[in-house]
Design a protein around this ligand. Structure first.
Ligand code: HEM
Length: 268
C-alpha cells in the first residue's frame, strides 16, 4: 500500500466513522426524547399506570420500591443517553474540561445505578423475554460496570489514550439497549413483519441472536476501527470502512422505523 493510498483510506475511515457517530447520536437523542416525553409526562401528571402501555412490569400499585427503581432507571436513561455523546465529542472536552470532568463522574455513577436497577428489573421484578435474553442483558450490565470502572481508572492515572478507548467502549455498551431497538425495527422492516420470534412471549431465535449482537457487534466494529487506524493493510482498512457503511445503513433504517412506528407516536 502506498503512503497516499494509506492516508486516503484513513481519511475515508475517519469520515465514515464521523457520519456513523453523528447518525447514532441523533437516533439516541430521539430515543431519549421519547423517554422524556412519554414517561416524564406520565410521571409528572401522576398517571404512573401509563408506563404499562409499554412496560408489562412497569407500575404496580402498592409496590413503592419497585416503582421507584423503575422511575430511577427511566430518569437516568434520559440523562445517560443525552450526556454520553457529549463526553465523546473532542471539541466539548477541549472547550469545557470542567464540564467533561463532572459529566464523566455523573456518567460513571449513572452507569452503575442503571445497571443495578436493570438487574433488579430482570431478576426480581420480572421482565419480558426468555432466559437467554435475561442472561445476555445481565452480561450487558456487567460490561457497563467494567468499562465504566476502567474508563475512570485510566482517567485518574492520566493515561488519556486508554481512558478514551474505554470511554468509547462504555458508550457502546451503554447504548446496547438502543442498538437492540434499532436492530429489532430493521428486522421488522426487511421481513415486512414478525419473523424468528413469538410476538406474545417475545422469545425466539432471532431475539436470542439480537440480544448478544446489541453489544458484541458495536464492540467488534470498534476493535476493527482501532486496528484499521494503525494498519497499512489496504484490504483491512477498506473492509473496516465497508462494515461501518453497512452498519450505518442498518442504523438509518432502524432509526426511521423505530421513530415512526414507536417513538414519535408516543411523544404527543
Ligand atoms: C444505560 C443503559 C440503559 C438504558 C439507557 C436503559 C433504558 C431503558 C428504557 C428507556 C426502558 C423503557 C423501555 C422503553 O420504553 O422502550 C427500559 C426498560 C427496561 N430496562 Fe433498561 N436501560 C439500560 C440498561 C439496562 C440494563 C443493563 C438492564 C438489565 C440488566 C435493563 C433492564 C430493563 C428492563 C428489564 C426493562 C423493562 C421492564 C419491563 O419489562 O417491564 N436496562 N430501559
Amino acid at each position: 500500500m502506498t503512503k497516499a493510498n494509506s492516508s486516503q483510506g484513513k481519511k475515508i475511515l475517519n469520515s465514515v466513522v464521523t457520519v456513523w457517530f453523528t447518525i447514532a447520536v441523533l437516533g439516541q437523542w430521539i430515543f431519549a426524547l421519547y423517554v422524556l416525553l412519554f414517561y416524564g409526562k406520565a410521571t409528572v401528571t401522576g398517571h404512573l399506570e401509563d408506563w404499562n402501555k409499554v412496560l408489562p412490569h412497569g407500575y404496580i400499585a402498592g409496590e413503592a420500591i419497585g416503582n421507584l427503581v423503575i422511575g430511577i432507571h427511566l430518569l437516568f436513561a434520559i440523562i445517560i443517553i443525552f450526556g454520553g455523546p457529549l463526553q465523546i465529542i473532542p471539541r466539548v472536552r477541549e472547550y469545557a474540561p470542567t464540564f467533561h470532568k463532572w459529566n464523566g463522574r455523573l456518567y460513571f455513577f449513572i452507569a452503575f445505578v442503571i445497571s443495578v436497577s436493570g438487574l433488579y428489573m430482570v431478576w426480581v421484578r420480572g421482565s419480558i423475554g426468555g432466559m437467554v435474553q435475561h442472561i445476555s442483558i445481565s452480561i450487558n450490565a456487567v460490561l457497563i460496570m467494567i468499562t465504566a470502572t476502567l474508563a475512570i481508572k485510566y482517567a485518574m492515572a492520566r493515561n488519556f489514550k486508554a481512558h478514551r478507548i474505554w470511554a468509547i467502549r462504555l458508550f457502546l455498551v451503554v447504548n446496547g439497549v438502543w442498538f437492540f431497538r434499532i436492530g429489532f425495527n430493521f428486522w421488522l422492516f426487511i421481513n415486512k413483519g414478525v419473523v424468528g420470534f413469538n410476538p406474545k412471549t417475545f422469545e425466539g431465535p432471532f431475539l436470542n441472536i439480537l440480544t448478544f449482537s446489541q453489544y458484541i457487534i458495536p464492540l467488534l466494529l470498534f476493535e476493527f476501527y482501532l486496528r484499521a487506524k494503525e494498519s497499512s493493510n489496504r484490504k483491512f482498512v477498506f473492509t473496516t470502512i465497508t462494515l461501518h457503511i453497512l452498519f450505518t445503513i442498518v442504523m438509518i433504517i432502524g432509526i426511521f422505523v423505530a421513530s415512526w412506528r414507536i417513538w414519535f407516536p408516543r411523544m404527543s
